[in-house]
Unconditional design. Sequence first.
Length: 113
Amino acid sequence: MNFWENVVAELEFQGKTRKELAAEIGFDASNIGKGEKNGNIPAADTALKIAYSLGVSLESLLNMEKPKDSSSTQPSLDLKLCKKYYSTIQKLNEMPDNTKNLLCKLISEWKEN
């Protein structure tokens, strides 16, 4: 994931909007969309403000965090996946149990093929 994809995943995870983030850091919200589209990394001071506002390290937004040992690689991946699919997981949890069970069964069968 690039910088802006990580920012968007973190926003979704925290339930924040791009507009809220922009207001917190004194940034134009349209620049977030432009950054996502172009994949550009913002200026260092802006990137630091974004990381601080989101309460995450700049290294995590830049995909530069190094695992301390091999056992920490999997949890890092799991956390990124959870952040990426957080809104989908929330929607799944809001579904009736029978629908949820049907979808889980379908995914399990699909995974086996």
